[in-house]
Design a protein around this ligand. Structure first.
Ligand code: NAD
Length: 454
């Protein structure tokens, strides 16, 4: 017998088999209950037609099915421009109504939450903020008033577990210093909540494994917020690589740097940060080398620099350089610094072309270029596309995964593999030797995010 994994609290809200169809007629993936939801590979994709999003609410009833291409609910307008020659004009599907959206608790009200995540919620189609967690109750109440969060849905780090009784909260979004991610993920899973956790996943691979195990045991999803993996130009490049448009890969070159200020900030505290620029900004270079190529490195050689006379770098490195080698013969040369003017870029070179982003990794203003042979001439082509809110894309992806009972594209295994490589980089820098990196025991990513849902 199969049944759908419940969307709200564990052990509740099972959808009966006769609701196991969207109104568009697309089957929703069903699976035998028993395995943890985070277990790799067991979740079936619902298929493109089953973009047929079922938003099952906390009552367990099917509240709505979002329109999909070919769906009678899709908003149709007559075309003005020729879709053969112009960008396909698409009228966005209507967003889900507030009572049909997946509810989030934002855990930690620092810069990222206040400046990016909460504002992005207004651009989400399937997600809403329903609770806040902060050690500063005045700040939380003010922010709550701004975003329509009820006073009784404001928690602190001691009352965190009370959210077990708040059935509106389906996902806890952990936006705390890196050294706190593991504790607050494990505690969220223990009260039956799904977790979206900021990068880097944690400060050690032991912690990462603990987070995966806790979510698996609780049958809750764990997604790591690798924003760039949901960004349209990055995804375009990954597709070009997959389609072999660049030819065999040869080199990847990437940098991510910024000047840090206050020496007392947690980013310069080893226990809270897990390292310096490597886990904070260098991880974008490392993760991009992996997801753009779809390959896993098998060796790294690295060095770090820590000046003796700069009070910012008493505990963590000022800069890191590392070269990852990949089994098919190409290499990724990456650097990250906390003492250079803001600079974020990458170029991926293949035998038949290259693709680059400069700036890369940022929240906005991204630019892409490609180099290729055009009519026998070396040509450079600039590509600019309509900007999209990356945070809204990744948060909505998590909501769709919860609604569809589908493994996120960037689950805990993706964060764990990055953390293993971070540890190999530090080991190489310490020993001065190349360090072997074990291939992950299985795939580290879930199904690609749907492009058409955004
Ligand atoms: P921040 O310092 O601005 O905010 C951290 C929050 O944690 C604050 O509200 C702070 O009060 C709270 N906190 C609770 N206990 C704390 C403690 N013991 N020490 C310090 N702060 C404590 O940090 P941020 O820039 O918002 O980063 C938060 C997380 O988001 C980090 O994991 C970071 O790597 C990640 N991040 C991701 C992106 C991205 O683009 N995805 C960008 C920036 C930061």
């Amino acid at each position: 017998m199969t049944q759908l994994i419940p969307q709200g609290q564990p052990g509740e809200h099972t959808l009966p088999d006769d609701l196991n169809q969207s109104h568009a007629g697309a089957a929703i993936a069903a699976k035998p209950v028993g395995g943890g939801v985070a277990r790799r590979g067991f979740l079936q994709r619902t298929g493109t037609g089953a973009a047929a999003l079922l938003l099952a609410g906390v009552t367990g009833k099917v509240l709505a099915a979002a329109p999909t291409p070919g769906d009678p609910n899709r908003v149709k307008l007559s075309l003005i421009q020729d879709p053969q020659t112009e960008q396909a004009e698409s009228t966005p599907d209507p967003a889900a109504a507030p009572d049909q959206r997946v509810g989030y608790a934002i855990v930690g009200l620092g810069r990222l939450s206040l400046n990016q995540i909460l504002p992005a919620m207004s651009q989400c189609k399937y997600s809403k903020v329903v609770a806040l967690v902060s050690g500063d109750s005045d700040k939380a109440r003010k922010v709550g008033r701004q975003y329509g969060v009820r006073e009784d849905a404001i928690y602190d780090y001691h009352t965190y577990e009370r959210m077990a009784d708040n059935r509106e909260v389906q996902v806890m979004y952990v936006v705390l210093p890196n050294g706190m991610h593991a504790e607050y993920t494990v505690r969220a899973a223990a009260i039956g909540k799904h977790v979206l956790c900021e990068k880097p996943m944690a400060v050690s691979s032991v912690e990462c494994q603990r987070m995966i195990d806790a979510c698996r045991k609780a049958q809750r999803f764990l997604m790591i917020a690798y924003r760039s993996q949901y960004e349209a130009m990055d995804r375009m490049i990954a597709r070009r690589v997959k389609e072999k448009q660049l030819g065999p890969l040869r080199e990847f070159i990437a940098g991510n740097s910024q000047n840090v200020g206050d020496p007392a900030q947690w980013r310069l505290n080893l226990a809270l940060a897990g390292g310096g620029p490597l886990p904070d900004v260098g991880i974008y270079c490392l993760n991009a080398a992996r997801f753009l190529s779809g390959e896993e490195p098998h060796e790294v050689i690295a060095s770090v620099f820590r000046p003796a006379d700069d009070p910012r770098f008493r505990e963590v490195e000022q800069s890191v350089h590392f070269v990852l080698r990949f089994p098919s013969g190409w290499s990724a040369t990456c650097m990250a610094s906390y003492a250079s003017h803001e600079s974020r870029f990458f170029r991926l070179q293949g035998a038949q072309g290259w693709a680059e982003m400069n700036p890369a990794f940022g929240y906005n203003g991204l630019q892409m270029r490609k180099g290729t042979l055009v009519e026998g001439k070396n040509a450079t082509i600039d590509i600019t596309i309509d900007p999209e809110n990356q945070f809204a894309r990744e948060i909505d992806h998590m909501s769709l995964c919860v609604a569809r009972n589908q493994t996120p594209h960037t689950p805990g295994e993706e964060g764990l593999q990055d953390q293993r490589i971070v540890e190999a980089i530090y080991e190489s820098a310490r020993s001065g030797r190349a360090v072997r990196i074990a291939q992950p025991p299985g795939p580290t990513r879930g199904p690609d995010p749907d492009e058409e849902t955004f």
